[in-house]
Design a protein around this ligand. Structure first.
Ligand SMILES: Nc1ncnc2c1ncn2[C@@H]1O[C@H](COP(=O)(O)OP(=O)(O)O)[C@@H](O)[C@H]1O
Ligand SMILES: C[C@@](O)(CCOP(=O)(O)O)CC(=O)O
Length: 502
């Protein structure tokens, strides 16, 4: 396979709905990719140096290839295996970089993971190539959103592409291209090694989401994409309390060893939480979301948050976040390794607020406008003296609001005299309403259910990183690309490359 000289790759972060920590011990986790990504630009150079820029962690390093080559002296035959960590290479790298075994230092971990992958991927090639690599991210580092996995996925995909082990997926005429499942699996395996270096004992769920994207069920290495899921609104809040995944994961292990009879049933219970959640989401997608479904999801969040506290990965900042949201009727839990970092809050359906407006120019018409509702599905119809009106109706597209709710309008063309002679009503049906919302045109009412969400969003806004719509594949947004697109040749969006010439 021909190696490429230059590539631009990105991988998403993730949020775990349920199953963090338990997944390290073979239980089920449910996780979803975020529209926050890590980016890598790699260039093969004719120089004898490998230079790495990691601006998020203030790290800019350069090595001469002649000092790296001896680190591979033990490598013969099987040295390119992507499934097992080469402990001898790790020992040499620790000696070379001066990083101790128990270190959790951000820069050291990132550099070790990069050098390890570089040396192993190119261990069987004639020469170690000169490279210029830059990795940067929209994800907060060490906040539970899988920044280390997104980093490892980008590094693995970039180096494997440069080595020619996986194909360059783009041709000149293509805007998007996909790696094959085999190639994605290879990227994922190598990324898992990177995760082992950074985390110590990862389950593999983070790199799986970073590689495949979308909504996944993960258990003991088995990755199952879940497509039959409803759209949920999840508020993601960063407590900004720093913590180390590596220490938290090993702390849970110690606790299990100390109190197996207490902790093992807790892990079983978390497993059951993930499974009930999965079934509930499938039911919501199949039958439509009901208040009972939401109540189940809220119960599961509360139960799991208690379990995570029992595992010893809670934090006072997370407890107060849960209390603040609960005071407004909303349920939260930590996401990722905990000990600080991020939490998720399930936002509940919102009632539509509605109004009708009469317009006389350019032609007489009435506009029925409804906004602030969630989920997206809504029905707006018109009635004349109680009978449905289907003619002269222009139904506009449902549009998103900034807070994740939606708005929609319907326009009825009707002569002014008809409005005097007949009773026209606009009727709104939405799953959050017990009864349909009926607005009389002449009264020009402004009505609607009282939404509590604006208050909540206001309360949390200082902490909010992102309001994520969590379901299905999160497509990379062009409008957010700004400066990045100018540099972009190739993007890796979930499991796709996207060519960007602008
Ligand atoms: N943008 C980045 N540049 C370099 N290294 C990164 C970057 N993002 C993450 N990392 C590496 O991943 C580590 C964070 O991993 P971890 O503690 O598991 O947190 P997270 O929950 O964000 O994955 C950092 O210490 C660093 O080594
Ligand atoms: C705690 C754990 O379940 C998730 C860790 O996620 P993060 O590194 O905090 O983003 C560990 C793992 O699954 O490897």
């Amino acid at each position: 396979m021909a190696a490429v000289q230059e590539c631009f790759i990105s991988a998403p972060g993730k949020s775990i709905l349920h199953g963090e920590h338990a997944v390290v011990h073979g239980k089920v986790a449910l996780a979803v990719s975020l529209n926050l990504r890590t980016y890598l630009r790699l260039r093969v150079t004719s120089s004898s140096e490998v230079s790495v820029s990691l601006p998020n962690i203030d790290t800019f390093l350069c090595w001469n290839i002649s000092v790296l080559k001896p680190l591979l002296s033990h490598c013969t035959g099987e040295c390119r295996s992507s499934t097992e960590l080469d402990t001898e290479l790790m020992r040499k790298l620790r000696e070379f970089t001066g990083v101790s075994d128990g270190s959790t230092d951000t820069r050291s971990m990132a550099v070790l993971a990069f050098l390890y992958t570089y040396l192993r991927v190119f261990s069987q090639s004639e020469i170690l190539p000169g490279l210029k690599v830059c990795v940067w991210s929209e994800l907060p580092t060490g906040a539970g959103l899988g920044s280390s996995a997104a980093y490892s996925v980008c590094v693995s995909a970039g180096l494997l592409t440069a080595r020619g082990t996986i194909s360059s997926p783009l041709t000149q005429s293509q805007e998007t291209a996909r790696w094959s499942d085999e190639e994605l699996e290879l990227i994922n395996n190598w990324a898992f090694q990177g995760e082992k270096i950074i985390h110590g004992n990862p389950s593999g769920v983070d790199n799986a989401v970073g590689t495949w994207g979308g909504f996944l069920r993960y258990q003991a290495g088995k990755i199952t994409p879940l497509s039959n899921v409803p759209t949920l609104r999840i508020l993601l809040t960063n407590t900004k309390v720093p913590r180390s995944t590596k220490l938290l994961v090993s702390g849970v292990k110690d606790r299990i060893n100390q109190y197996p009879s207490v902790l093992l049933p807790v892990l079983e219970s978390v497993d059951a939480v993930s499974q009930i959640c999965e079934r509930t989401l499938a039911e919501m997608a199949r039958e439509g979301a009901s208040a009972k479904h939401y109540s189940t999801l809220e119960d599961l969040i509360d139960i799991n948050q208690h379990h995570l506290n029992v595992m010893g990965v809670g934090h006072i900042s997370l407890n107060s976040l849960c209390q603040v949201t609960l005071a407004h009727g909303l349920h939260s839990k930590l996401t990722g390794a905990g000990g600080g970092g991020c939490a998720i809050t399930l936002l509940t359906p919102d009632h539509p607020k509605a109004s009708v407006i009469q317009k006389h120019s350019p032609s007489p018409e009435v506009v029925c406008h409804t906004t602030g509702f969630f989920p997206k599905a809504v029905n707006i119809t018109w009635r004349k003296d109680g009978e449905d009106v289907n003619e002269d109706v222009e139904l506009r597209e449902t549009l998103p609001n900034q807070d994740g709710s939606f708005q929609k309008r319907s326009i009825l063309k009707v002569p002014a005299e008809d409005l005097q002679k007949h009773t026209y009503t606009c009727v709104i049906q939405h799953s959050s309403l017990k009864e349909e919302l009926v607005l009389n045109v002449i009264e020009q009412q402004i009505r609607g259910g009282g939404g509590r969400m604006p208050i909540i969003v206001g309360v949390l806004v200082a902490l909010v990183v992102l309001v994520a719509v969590v379901a299905g594949i999160m497509v990379w947004k062009k409008k957010n690309s700004g400066e990045r697109r100018k540099e972009a040749d190739v993007k890796f969006s979930e499991n796709r490359f996207t060519l960007s010439n602008s």
